[in-house]
Design a binder for this molecule. Structure first.
Ligand code: GLU
Length: 291
């Protein structure tokens, strides 16, 4: 088996990210699997080289190791371009606000608003008229109302209708949902362990794997870490990165392990001890509130 952790180098990893990474490592290594690291750096506007270096150092700092050199998505455009050739796509000129309006979802959903299909059946003339407007189009895949149910190892079954989602953004970047599917298959990843915030993207990804003729991995979405105010842990909560913590990284690892029921609070367990204690069936199913 092969597992992975796939951070986006758009900032320092916080305790929620580190806890997810530790879990992904524990899932993989406790099963004797390979463990890969993939740098998801397609969002050129937000990615910084120093974040990549800092993230790798922090992951090492809490005791993770990985097989092979990490790959960067920005080096893999040819793979994504080739995948786009295999699916039925169409240009979409809609703005986010237009989609929100059409879908009449006031706050949007974590997976983005379902696309109502505005640009799906444009005639050539309509398409040309939109092109002349100067707004570069995104590319959407024609999913034609497919419905997918995925059984998550931790979260159970999740079913969703698949909308025509974006596979290439209107700034030219390959979309996360495309790249992640292509990469997991190309890297032989069979088990995806990641934060529960990505659960709602999973049916789209499993559908896309099928459309590309690729095997979909199994999934385990782990509960999130929340700040004292009950919102998803973020930098603004303060003291949430290794650099901001007064303790050494092994102690922080102990904190994370304690939150998972794998160590006594205040202890500094070794990675070997955590591996020996790890049991996916015993993981907490609720978010952890960090204060
Ligand atoms: N790069 C994504 C993130 O940092 C994770 C993608 C994944 O694990 O599928 O949120």
């Amino acid at each position: 088996m092969t597992g992975r952790y796939a951070p986006s180098p758009t900032g320092a990893l916080h305790l929620g990210n580190l806890r997810t990474a530790l879990l992904a490592w524990l899932f993989a290594r406790s099963a004797g699997s390979r463990f890969l690291l993939r740098i998801e750096d397609l969002d050129a506007g937000r990615v910084r080289a120093e974040h990549e270096a800092g993230q790798l150092a922090d992951l090492e700092g809490i005791g993770l190791d990985w097989d092979d050199a990490p790959v960067r998505q920005s080096d893999r455009s040819d793979l994504y371009r080739a995948a786009l050739e295999l699916i039925d796509t169409y240009p979409c000129f809609c703005t986010r606000a237009e989609i929100r309006e059409a879908a009449s979802a006031p706050h949007g959903s974590p997976a983005g608003d379902p696309y109502p299909g505005t640009c799906r059946n444009f005639t050539r003339g309509e398409q040309a008229r939109r092109e002349r407007s100067g707004r570069p189009p995104a590319l959407r895949v024609r999913a034609s109302g497919a419905h997918v149910t995925v059984t998550d190892r931790l979260a159970g079954p999740i079913g969703a209708p698949i909308d025509d989602f974006v596979v290439r953004r209107n700034d030219g970047a390959f979309a996360y949902n495309l790249a992640v599917v292509v990469d997991d298959a190309e890297q032989g990843v069979q088990e995806v362990v990641r934060g529960a915030d990505l659960l709602s993207s999973t049916p789209r990804q499993v559908w896309l794997a099928g459309a590309l003729g690729l095997a979909a991995p199994s999934h385990a979405h782990v509960p999130l870490v929340l700040g004292a105010d009950g919102s998803r842990l973020a930098k603004r909560h303060g003291s949430v990165t290794l650099a901001e913590r007064p303790e050494d990284p092994e102690y922080v690892r102990g904190m994370l392990a304690a939150s998972l029921g794998l160590a006594e609070p205040g202890s500094a367990p070794s990675m070997e001890q955590l591996l020996a204690r790890f049991d996916p069936a015993g993981l907490p199913t609720r978010p952890w509130t960090f204060s």
